[in-house]
Ligand binder design. Structure first.
Ligand SMILES: [Zn+2]
Length: 433
């Protein structure tokens, strides 16, 4: 049972000025991964490393790729097997054209109760909140049972090298639950969409537009592939249907290119075409099954189009090679995630949110992948994704975060850890949640 005294002690230990200063310092460090401009996560990681050591935490820096370190902060808060990870990334996406920003993207300007700048929302504010939460718990000297790990990782926005390295180095092996600190506007997210990206390449033969019969057009195969993708989407919309938190699954041909490379010209029939497909999945869909469907689709459509050409050419009394090829490659395969709402990490997040907001928490899903995807998929770690910041704002011009929500988030993180590592938990049958 956690007393009101303890709850208030922890909440009071979260210093809002310190949180705003830490967020501001992190935002002012340009940590866009840009080898041409010479910027990387390195200075942000060094800052966090130094800050956490000053707070008395153990911290190590591990280089994942040149100039791209992870910082792993650990605090053995007490005896016990539970190990809670807070995860936040140091990289931010590019500011793009800075002239269209109203605020300097790396100045952390505060106007009213908003802080503006790249990463305020995604996710330096939440990274600062998790570090302040850890520091607050440590300072108030409350008895806890277990360990807290701060995973301050690089490259979340691109290949997720940071979390992959964290896992392959063995750091995730004993983690029992993780809070993924990302802008979810106070929602508790227990599920995330999966992503499967594929490239179809259709090879025919180039020819003059006036003499198409001397070549082999790829367009009929492109049309059939697009229709077949729509059929797969239709099937998925029927089953598994709409996910309560994540919405509909989708199979979207995003890029349709012919020629696959070079300059398109109206009087030239291209020899090669390309379709890029962005598939977003929900629980109930199987990635291996979808991959088999895509592979079967490539084989069937290749055969169908060859057959169509054969019959058409009979009509034209024409002889030509029907060696059309359709191939598919999988470019990305990130599964969807689903954590049981009765898992202790979700119960802790739920309890903490109720304490702070006096409201019933809203559950939701994350539309994209995060570092949590890999912790869940590769190490079976229950994850909950939550944090401050409007969900539409990441990667936009004039990115911002509401400072009051950020302070509340730091308190929610601290209480989540307090509940998860409670040395004297209420037995489930007596639990009043
Ligand atoms: Zn993020």
């Amino acid at each position: 049972m956690i007393s009101d005294d303890i709850i208030n002690t922890v909440i009071d230990a979260v210093d809002s000025e310190e949180l705003i200063k830490l967020t501001s310092d992190l935002v002012k460090i340009n940590s866009v991964w840009d080898p041409v401009a010479g910027t990387s996560e390195q200075p942000a990681a060094e800052y966090v490393f130094k800050w956490t050591r000053e707070q008395g935490f153990e911290a190590i820096m591990e280089e994942v790729a040149p100039g791209r370190p992870n910082v792993i902060v650990s605090w053995p808060a007490g005896a016990g097997n539970r190990k809670l990870m807070f995860e936040g990334h140091t990289d931010v996406v590019t500011a793009g054209d800075e002239s269209v920003w109203q605020y300097d993207p790396f100045a952390a300007e505060i106007v009213g109760r908003r802080m503006y700048g790249r990463g305020t929302n995604d996710t330096k504010g939440n990274l600062a909140a998790m570090l302040i939460a850890m520091a607050a718990l440590k300072r108030c000297g409350i008895k806890l049972s277990g360990t807290i790990i701060g995973g301050v990782l690089c490259d979340e926005e691109d290949q997720m090298l940071g979390v992959r390295d964290f896992i392959t180095s063995g750091h995730a092996d004993t983690i029992t639950g993780a809070v993924i600190c990302e802008p979810q506007d106070g929602l508790i997210c227990t599920t995330q969409k999966g992503a499967l990206r594929a490239r179809f390449t259709i090879a025919g033969r180039m020819s003059h537009g006036a003499m198409p019969l001397s070549g082999l057009n790829t367009a009929p195969a492109v049309a059939k592939l697009i229709s077949a993708l729509h059929e797969l989407e239709y099937k998925a919309v029927n089953h598994p249907g709409r996910d309560e938190h994540l919405g509909w699954p989708s199979f979207t041909p995003t890029v349709i290119q012919a020629p696959a490379s070079g300059v398109p010209q109206l009087n030239v029939m291209p020899g090669e075409a390309r379709i890029l497909v962005d598939i977003r999945t929900i629980p109930g869909q199987s990635h291996p099954d979808i991959i088999s469907d895509l592979e079967a689709m490539a084989v069937e459509i290749e055969q169908q189009v060859r057959q169509d050409y054969l019959e058409f050419d009979k009509l034209l009394e024409l002889e030509r090679n029907h060696d059309l090829r359709v191939q598919v490659e999988i470019l990305t395969d990130r599964p969807c995630t689903l954590t049981d709402q009765k898992d202790p990490v979700v119960l802790a997040a739920d309890w903490a949110t109720r304490q702070l907001t006096d409201e019933v928490p809203t559950y939701a899903g994350v539309p994209g992948a995060t570092d949590g995807t890999f912790l869940w998929a590769l190490k079976n770690i229950p994850i909950v994704t939550m944090g401050a910041g409007d969900r539409q704002v990441p990667h936009q011009v004039d990115e911002w975060v509401d400072l009051d929500q950020l302070v509340e988030t730091a308190k929610i993180y601290a209480l989540t850890a307090l509940h998860y590592l409670d040395p004297d938990p209420v037995q489930p049958e007596n639990k009043k949640i």
